[in-house]
Write a protein of this length. Sequence first.
Length: 96
Amino acid sequence: MNLIPDIPAKAFSFSAVVVGYLLIDDLTANEQNALGNWLMLTAQVLCTNAFYKQVQAERRDQKGTFYHMTNEQNIEMLKKMVHALNQEIENLKTKH
C-alpha cells in the first residue's frame, strides 16, 4: 500500500494544515474535538508500531538473529500489563 505521496516534506506537512483548515468550517467544536482525538490516536498507533519495528531491527542487528518471545512469555507480559492497568483504574476510583 502506497498512501504517502512522493512530494517534498514541507508540501506534505502543509497539506495537513490545509486539510485541517478546510474541516474547521464544516464541523462543530465537538466534532472537531472528536475527529482531532481520533486522528491523534491513529498517529500514535502508527508511531508506536514504527518505533517497535525499529527496536526489532536493532535487536536483529545486534544479535544476528531475531528476538522472539514465546507464547507463554507474551501471555505473561500481557497479564502484567492488565494487572498494572487494573491497579491504575482502582487508584483512580479511590481518588474520586
